[in-house]
Design a protein around this ligand. Structure first.
Ligand code: CAA
Ligand code: NAP
Length: 246
């Protein structure tokens, strides 16, 4: 039986590459889309044309009840989740002077509460079955901080605290929990940055002098999901073109 991989935010730039990579490796891939997404049918259709038969479920990962209902449906209709990739996320960049409570709360709920909301309904099953993979997509900006991102950097740093604590609790049951911290990858999240800021403040800080590709991150996700990565847990793996080394 193919393992089931659940990728949150699979219709975004990074998530789509992860879905494609895992499907190509034989996983049964399920993804989620946000309640505001009006293009989910079109995305599924375009993926079908490329030969990928993904299943997609509406879910607001920031909302506990929505996440529980979504995962319950997935487990009933598809089967137990073996691999969870907590990938959905947003930015609401502004300097701390301008940062208001709604934009703080939105990022904390979508980027950090979501990790609890989605992991909660799958983790016990992984432990009972004695195998599982939880992969949290954090960011270089959670490791080093970023101008205009007090909310995002805090949430992304928090993800790795969660990773380390849960990794300790479930290691004996062959469930691994890891964080990936990508640098700047060419998706719509990064394309939302003003070109001038990108050209003058960001690209010059990347030794490889380019943005990363979603496929490069997807390859790392695939490795962490594999049986070969069984001894790797509680890690925070940087993939950032040399922008930050810790
Ligand atoms: N480092 C240092 N200074 C910076 C800076 C940076 N990264 N970004 C902006 N500044 C400076 C500007 O040059 C400007 O300086 P002056 O006043 O001397 O001209 C000052 O800060 C104010 O900048 P703005 O005029 O742009 O101010 P704003 O209030 O309109 O916007 C901002 C502020 C929202 C932070 C905007 O500058 C911005 O979007 N910066 C990019 C933030 C960023 O890198 N976000 C990452 C998004 S991608 C992502 O998050 C994925 C991931 O995980 C890697
Ligand atoms: P993206 O293209 O904007 O995709 C973000 C995804 O998150 C979308 O698929 C979106 O779903 C989903 N999402 C947002 N809010 C949601 C909610 N409340 N409920 C459910 N889904 C929600 O961005 P990306 O670049 O692929 O980013 C993916 C992840 O990588 C994020 O966690 C991001 O922080 C992280 N990351 C990105 C970069 C980068 O440079 N791009 C670097 C480091 C880390 P819909 O499309 O259905 O709305």
């Amino acid at each position: 039986m193919a393992r089931v991989a659940l990728v949150t935010g699979g219709m975004g730039g990074l998530g789509e590459a992860v879905c494609i990579k895992l499907a190509a490796l034989g996983y049964r891939v399920v993804t989620t889309y946000s309640p505001g997404n009006t293009k989910s049918e079109a995305w599924l259709h375009s993926m079908k044309n490329l030969g990928f038969d993904f299943r997609a479920y509406e879910c607001d990962v920031a909302d506990y009840d929505s996440a529980q209902a979504c995962v319950k449906k997935i487990q009933e209709e598809i089967g137990p989740v073996d691999v969870l990739i907590n990938n959905a996320g947003i930015t609401r960049d502004m300097t701390f002077k301008k940062m208001d409570k709604p934009n703080w709360d939105a990022v904390m709920a979508t980027n950090l509460d979501s990790v609890f909301n989605m992991t909660k309904p799958v983790c016990d099953g992984m432990v009972e079955r004695g195998w599982g993979r939880i992969i949290n997509i954090s960011s270089v900006n959670g490791q080093k901080g970023a101008f205009g991102q007090t909310n995002y950097s805090a949430a992304k740093a928090g993800m790795h605290g969660f990773t380390k604590a849960l990794a300790l609790e479930v290691a004996r049951k062959q469930v691994t929990v890891n964080t990936i911290s990508p640098g700047y990858i060419g998706t719509k999240m990064v394309m939302a940055i003003a070109q001038e800021v990108l050209d003058t403040k960001i690209i010059p800080q990347i030794p490889m002098a380019r943005l990363g590709k979603p496929e490069e991150v997807a390859g790392l996700v695939a490795y962490l999901a594999s049986d070969e990565a069984a001894f790797l847990t509680g890690a925070n793996i940087a993939i950032n073109g040399g922008q930050h080394m810790s």
